[in-house]
Ligand binder design. Sequence first.
Ligand code: ATP
Ligand code: MG
Length: 390
Amino acid sequence: MKITYLAKLGELTLKGSNKNAFESKLVRNTRDFLKHIPVDIILRAGRMYIEVEEEYCSKVEFCLNHLIGITGWAKTTICDKTIEAITETVTKLGKAAKEKGAKTFKLDARRSDKSFPLDSYGIMREAAAGLYDDKTMTVDVHNPDVTIYIEVREKCFVYTDSNIGCRGLPVGTSGKGLLLLSGGLDSPVAGYRMLRRGMKIECIYFHSYPYTSEEAQKKVEDLAKVLSTYGLQTTLNIVSFTDVQMLIKEKAPEAWSTLALRMCMMKAASMLAKHISADCLITGESLGQVASQTLENMRVTESMAEVPLMRPLVGLDKEEIVETANFIGTYDTSILPYEDCCVLFSPKHPVLKADLEEAKEIYKKIDPDELIEKSFNEREVKHFYAFESL
Ligand code: ATP
Ligand code: MG
């Protein structure tokens, strides 16, 4: 049996003359995600319909839960184009919602097939009768627990508004960013935030093996994989910073070691950004969260960035970040206790308000550029694709 899913396009409908380009990008992204599954995708009037054989439903639902650019989706029931069939379907969906706790409902009917004998008001009046008769639920047009939608087109679709989408703009409509991805809570959320603005993402991760473990790297690979399910694909560049960290330890004042490391990371990330034609760097920094993220220290870090630096979490607190990490499914991986390279060499009393000129002097004294270039050239590259997670 074929099932039809309906996805609602959100912000895209506001895009004026660019609307078509955004919509076709969304359809291409959906096809790309579902490339190994036989589906029919149709775009019509601010909706995307996906028709698929029942055996593939869970894969399509996974795709819809991760697809950026839709505000919500529903599994629709297609019924005969008669008021009796519509009433029966509405009653069935209403009762199912009641079993899940809904006490009030609202019907929302649209008739684009004008040959159907009842107008939308008539459809709603008749179709609601089944639920009234049963006295199962009462109508609340302002704040219903469940809305049951009826669309009479070439076929008749009935559905409830049960699943929220990721919203945002389709990935690939806003350039490309290079995300500095650590194993922590923040950077995957920062990546997701930029994906939701339509940006494609590649990732760079710095490790200090053997001071950091293989598990720490595996954790970052798992996070990159989750990000690929929202971004369709992601490439993880793995860079060994062990030698750079040793050099910092030897040459920089202890209080400066974390900040000096951040400067080196920015330098290496800038090299890669230019190499892969990324338009910006992205970090998970949030103002004041830790010593290296005071305004002064962030200024020092960004002085090394050779392309624009985006910090999508800068004004968020930890609770807000955790909420998103839970929503996107990175929380459980991020909190695994494997050490990050920054923690290993972190000073007892880090500098809190670094002076930019002093920072530049210290960087000059460390003179890490040659080592950074070497580690950059020896990077390992891994690819992750959304369809692999289906
Ligand atoms: P996160 O939770 O993302 O690790 P954090 O709160 O632990 O962030 P820091 O460790 O100070 O903060 O790192 C700030 C940002 O620097 C991170 O969000 C990330 O973008 C980048 N970063 C830190 N360590 C690494 C690393 N080992 N590899 C790549 N990027 C890193
Ligand atoms: Mg961290």
